[in-house]
Write a protein that binds this ligand. Structure first.
Ligand SMILES: N[C@@H](CCC(=O)N[C@@H](CS)C(=O)NCC(=O)O)C(=O)O
Ligand code: FES
Length: 107
């Protein structure tokens, strides 16, 4: 499968998905660490892709998403944003609402 198809499949198969550097338990960058901490506090399971272990995705996703950096949070097939947006939405309470609505238990 080519990289763009892999990305499309990941995004459509995972309602809450973060592309990040490292893993939720071992983030490899402060932006990813802060973002994943906000997500974890929302209390729902989420999927992740470590872009450091997947260089093709690191290269192709910014073009596909039209978003230049990581992390990238995707919810229900749509790009929510990066660390700044995730942090702001967490602080306002919007992130928790979005994540709870997207989680399987809320369907
Ligand atoms: N302001 C950005 C910060 C993220 C950022 O600057 N990420 C950089 C450094 S980790 C990045 O992804 N660079 C491209 C790359 O490393 O592939 C946000 O809100 O997410
Ligand atoms: S890896 Fe250096 S800022 Fe993210």
């Amino acid at each position: 499968m080519n990289t763009i198809d892999t990305i499309k499949e990941q995004i459509s198969n995972n309602d809450i998905l973060i592309y990040m550097k490292g893993s939720p338990n071992a983030p490899q960058c402060g932006f990813s660490a802060r973002s994943v901490e906000c997500l974890m506090k929302c209390g729902q399971r989420f999927a992740y892709v470590d872009i450091l272990a997947n260089p093709e995705i690191r290269a192709e996703l910014p073009k596909y998403a039209n978003w230049p950096t990581f992390p990238q949070l995707w919810v229900k097939g749509e790009l929510v944003g990066g660390c700044d947006i995730i942090t702001e939405m967490f602080e306002s309470g919007e992130l928790e609402t979005l994540i709870k609505d997207a989680a399987p238990s809320a369907e």
